[in-house]
Design a protein around this ligand. Structure first.
Ligand SMILES: O=C(O)c1[nH]c(=O)[nH]c(=O)c1I
Length: 314
């Protein structure tokens, strides 16, 4: 079988990549992703200026009993937009496509970054993060439909209607899938949606210390890992059904070929890994590729298109 695929008409050797924020904040990590067997890669969401982010501990793996996952309240630590723009100028696009993620603290900051990217005419693919749950005092744009609509109008126009994508928070209500998709479908240049970001503001508690386990926001943080897989699959399939003109990138709960297969079946074109990559490192891409190929072989599938988006209903 073959894992070859295309995304926005770009050829990829396989559909696997990192989730923004994991193993992608500094050049050494980005170089490790380039050397890894991922089919693509994305940078850490950036703000206009560098940020230290929230106080530590701000990331913890939750691996007591099964299932396992992670909780994080990083607080958008990053090297600042110019650092990542410079990286896009020296990336080897022949090896694999590069996405650049932006998460401006204000609409003007997002527009300033978009304007610089438009002038840079870089092959990097823009993913606008609408779903950071961890900046104290900043509500997630993805949960404010009017603000999301305004941002999309300004950003798509500022980017000269060049193709871009958005990183969405998980939604949990059919009416919200309908409303978010209706807004997104009014912007043809939004060529893809990445579902999902972490499930915001979960609370992990340690029974021995009788305490929360991360410092920021009294322990409230974004949840990732096994816990979010069914929600991630629902969001992938909901937007796959509602946005036939757009591609869906699946993210959430992928740690093996099995979950990658499920995301593809639900309608994802590419599949991102966060928590599992954080814990295992970039070697995970070779493992998950092999597992996905083995599942395809067992099922008699030659290409991803043999099952991609073909989830059955009862
Ligand atoms: O706290 C973070 O930096 C963070 N953490 C997440 O779980 N998702 C995000 O989009 C971001 I920007």
């Amino acid at each position: 079988p073959s894992l070859a695929t295309t995304f926005l008409d770009l050829p990829l050797t396989n559909p696997l990549m990192n989730a923004s924020g994991v193993w992608c904040s500094v050049a050494s990590q980005l170089e490790a992703l380039l050397e890894s067997e991922s089919g693509a890669m994305v940078t850490k969401s950036c703000t206009l200026e560098p940020r230290d982010g929230n106080p530590e501990p701000r990331y913890r793996v939750l691996d007591g009993n099964k299932p396992w996952g992670s909780i994080n309240s990083m607080g958008l630590p990053n090297e600042g937009f110019p650092y990542y723009l410079r990286y896009t100028e020296r990336h080897d696009y022949e090896t694999k496509p590069l996405f650049i993620s932006i998460s401006g603290l204000t609409l003007d900051d997002n527009l300033a970054m978009v304007d610089s990217l438009k002038d840079a005419v870089t092959p990097a693919i823009l993913e606008v993060n609408l779903s950071c749950p961890n900046v104290p005092g900043k509500a997630q744009l993805g949960y404010d439909f009017d603000a999301m609509d305004t941002l999309l109008a300004e950003v798509t126009s500022g980017y000269g209607q060049r193709q871009l994508g958005v990183k969405l928070p998980p939604y949990f209500d059919i009416a919200h899938f309908d409303e978010a998709a209706a807004i997104l479908n009014r912007y043809p240049s939004v060529a893809f949606v990445t579902c999902i970001n972490s499930i915001g503001n979960a609370l992990a508690i340690d029974i021995n210390s009788e305490s929360v386990i991360i410092k920021p926001k009294d322990g409230f943080g974004g949840l990732g890992g096994d816990y979010v897989l069914p929600t991630a699959l629902a969001n992938v399939n909901a937007f796959f059904r509602r946005c036939p003109e757009k591609a869906v990138i699946g993210c959430g709960g992928v740690k093996s070929g099995q979950e990658a297969f499920l995301h593809l079946l639900a309608g994802a074109t590419l599949v991102q890994m966060g928590t599992a990559l954080y814990e295992e490192g970039p070697g995970i891409f070779a493992r998950v590729k092999a597992e996905l190929l083995s599942i395809m072989a067992q099922k008699g599938y030659e290409n991803l298109s043999d099952f991609q988006g073909k989830l059955k209903t009862l």
